[in-house]
Design a protein. Structure first.
Length: 298
């Protein structure tokens, strides 16, 4: 049983894309177009009411995914209009959306070990299945996997030779072999199909031991799988709609989970009613984020 703590941070409508990099945490509220950066590693034992530690940036787009780069002040943002370079408090559109932005937006992704930017899209209407997983390098977004509805859960294994991808609307998780030298996916394998109720996979991450941790939206839990795709266990959460987990902290053993806003049908548990981010110490260690190469946007 994990000792979850509600973090005294601003409540979000749709908290997503949590990252730990350069000694601090970051995440977005997609619906309010806000980018949050917390300039401290300890989210459990340090007072968070010092506004000097928490910075917010109003974004010019519905950015669903933020990726750190080797420069702590530069981030890659991916949203409805395309790929953005976030430098300090400025945002510049570098890559136009390769899709019909009246019906789609970028949703979830990560950088691979070579700095390529992998990003999936979602279909606003949740039908038909016209969302795509793209790989972005040299200023081009190359389609890699088609027929998605809400691409999600993208994460690379510790060695970078396998990658997991989910589709929240199709309610499934896949595993692929991955060749980082060429950027090619192969050997697609369905590792889990969710069939009970409305619970479905959302964002995810790997820990250093090779465990894949998937947030289960409307499921009050995380599901953990091995690097080969075997189901290991479920971890209960006080949040009804977890959207993505992230390991970090000075020792790498803090697990942070962000969420969508709860409602009457799916309320958070008592003590967590208006919470968007929770965290706890674990016996697992963070897998450091791969840095996105911002030059690949242009």
């Amino acid at each position: 049983m994990m000792d979850w703590q509600a973090l005294p941070l601003p409540a979000c409508s749709l908290a997503e894309s949590p990252r730990y990099a350069h000694g601090g945490w970051a995440w977005v509220d997609i619906n309010t177009r806000t980018f949050y950066r917390l300039n401290q590693s300890d989210v459990l034992n340090t007072a968070l009411d010092n506004t000097a530690l928490l910075s917010t940036l109003q974004l010019p787009d519905e950015i669903g995914c933020v990726l750190p780069t080797a420069n702590k002040n530069i981030w890659v943002g991916l949203g409805r209009q395309g790929g953005w370079l976030i430098e300090g408090d400025s945002c510049t559109l570098k890559l136009d959306a390769p899709f019909d932005s009246s019906k789609h937006r970028f949703n979830d992704g990560r950088a691979d070990h070579a700095g390529r930017i992998w990003i999936s899209t979602l279909v606003d209407a949740r039908s038909p299945a016209t969302a795509v997983l793209y790989c972005i390098e040299t200023g081009q977004a190359q389609p890699k996997i088609n027929d998605l509805i809400v691409g999600n859960g993208l994460a690379f294994s510790p060695q970078g030779d396998s990658v997991f991808l989910s589709d929240t609307r199709h309610k499934c998780i896949w595993r692929f072999d991955y060749a980082v030298e060429t950027g090619e996916l192969s050997n697609r394998q369905l590792i889990r199909q969710y069939t009970e109720g409305t619970a479905r996979p959302d964002g995810a991450c790997f820990s250093a031991d090779g465990s894949y941790w998937a947030a289960i939206l409307e499921g009050y839990r995380l599901d953990r799988f091995s690097e080969r795709g075997e189901y290991i266990e479920s971890i209960e959460l006080p949040l009804a709609k977890p959207t993505m987990p992230c390991f970090g902290g000075a020792q790498g053993n803090v697990l942070l989970v962000c969420s969508a806003q709860a409602d009457e049908k799916f309320p958070n548990l008592p003590g967590f009613e208006n919470t968007s981010l929770i965290a706890c110490e674990t016996g697992f260690k963070a897998l450091p984020e791969n840095f996105a190469n911002p030059a690949y946007l242009v």
